[in-house]
Design a protein around this ligand. Structure first.
Ligand SMILES: C[S@@+](CC[C@H](N)C(=O)[O-])C[C@H]1O[C@@H](n2cnc3c(N)ncnc32)[C@H](O)[C@@H]1O
Length: 402
């Protein structure tokens, strides 16, 4: 998400009572919650979760902008690139089997269906013969969001299919074509750890209650999901395991007490299963996050967990559960490894602006089916690529199975 910060906002709104109550009850029953569980309920509780809310959360009237809320250009550029990849897949199919075997574009985390609509419209107008051979699959566990998407995409009829999880996708035969997500991985729940310098170990932050507030508290032990961090060097997930111990020896003495590290095991697992579900083609994500070694940078000790509402950075991540977005940087190195473990080759990890610029250059080479470069398209491209807008914040990871 492009979270344009206008100013710090206060937290004077009352939390949604129902979700706050549910959280309080769980804490009373089980003790303090790991941050990941708090996030899971705050964002995805089936009734009161932030992403289940009927109010607009993306775009000018929402809490943050995405590349999709800039306008239809982002989807059109993706559609143009996807069409080229699908043409390649069809050629390969023709070499090894029936050329018209169905191909899929799978979008995960389609939210209100806007990006799907932009992509499908472009294909319908510019590559109708290809669209005839492509199925658009949406992966979304939420029935409510599926309902929003079904309404928006009704004109595409049976070309669009819905799946609640990767198990269903695999039962349908897996994916030949493209699997992609835009700003999904940064919305996965994270565990939040702190470095205890005196004891040279990681401990985990959890969430407790005091009166009607939620507060951070140290958990007595690491949750099973992050138990590997009992070996502190495991935090260097951007490095090959064989290099971690020696790198840690020089890093540990300069790591400040309280240094915060976020771990997203759900995002890594999700990506690994996505990679396993890809029979042939590309897997890609657009997101913001750590692209190099900066996941443990002693000069940036506070972590990246943030909350946003009405385009404002909110001071208290734990306030107003269900009414504000909560997000953390993606660890691209860990995600890249998760895909490679499932046998994918990494094609590139690059800035979104560079990636889109390359597509734009191709659209301008004749003969092009992309359509005229209008002023409006130029304006949207500026916003997507300019470093003060979305250009610098986002990266693209592309992996493939050939
Ligand atoms: C930040 S929004 C993405 C916005 C949208 N892709 C766009 O570009 O505007 C993340 C979306 O992914 C959905 N989501 C969360 N977990 C998911 C999962 N495991 N599989 C698919 N979608 C998920 C969220 O509910 C939310 O609608």
């Amino acid at each position: 998400m492009f979270r344009r910060v206008i100013a710090n906002s206060g937290t004077d709104c009352k939390p949604s009572p129902s979700l706050a109550e549910i959280l309080r009850e769980e804490i009373a029953r089980n003790g303090p919650l790991p941050c990941a569980r708090f996030m899971e309920l705050a964002l995805y509780h089936p009734e009161y979760g932030y992403y289940e809310s009927d109010r607009s959360v993306v775009g000018q009237r929402g809490d943050f902008y995405t590349s999709v809320s800039v306008g239809e250009l982002f989807g059109q550029l993706l559609a143009y690139q996807f069409a080229a990849w699908l043409d390649e897949c069809r050629k390969r199919n023709a070499e090894g089997g029936p050329p018209d075997a169905p191909l899929q574009i799978v979008e995960a985390g389609a939210h209100d269906g806007q990006l799907a609509e932009d992509i499908l419209f472009w294909l319908k107008r510019r590559r109708p013969e290809l669209l005839e051979r492509v199925e658009y699959w949406i992966l979304d566990p939420s029935e409510r969001r599926q309902e929003w998407q079904r309404r928006r995409l009704s004109m595409f009829g049976s070309r669009v299919r819905w799946f609640a999880n990767w198990g269903e996708v695999q039962q349908a035969g897996g994916v030949t074509g493209i699997i992609f997500a835009n700003e999904l991985l940064d919305a996965f729940p994270v565990h939040r750890l702190a470095w205890i310098a005196a004891e040279q170990r990681w401990c985990e932050w959890g969430v407790r209650t005091m009166a009607d507030r939620f507060l951070w508290t140290r958990l007595p032990e690491l949750h099973a999901n992050v138990a590997a961090l009992a070996d502190p060097a495991a935090a260097l997930s951007n490095l090959d395991p064989s290099l971690r111990a020696s790198a840690w020896t020089s890093l540990a003495p300069v790591l400040p007490d309280g240094f915060v590290l976020e771990c997203a095991p759900f995002a890594e697992l999700w990506w690994n299963i996505a990679a396993q579900s890809l029979r042939r083609g590309k897997l890609l994500t657009f997101d913001y996050g750590h692209t190099g070694g900066e996941i443990i940078n002693p000069t940036k000790p506070h972590g990246t967990l943030r909350a946003y509402r009405d385009h404002h950075l909110v001071d208290d991540v734990l306030a107003m559960p269900g009414e504000q977005d909560i997000t953390a940087h993606v660890n691209f190195a860990a995600i890249t490894h998760a895909g490679e473990r499932a046998g994918l080759a990494t094609v590139e990890l690059t800035e979104q602006s560079r990636y889109l610029t390359r597509i734009v250059q191709r659209t301008m080479q004749p003969p092009s089916v992309f359509g005229e470069w209008t002023r409006e398209r130029g304006r949207q491209f500026q916003t997507l690529s300019h470093p003060d807008h979305l250009g610098r914040s986002f990266s693209v990871l592309v992996q493939e199975r050939t």
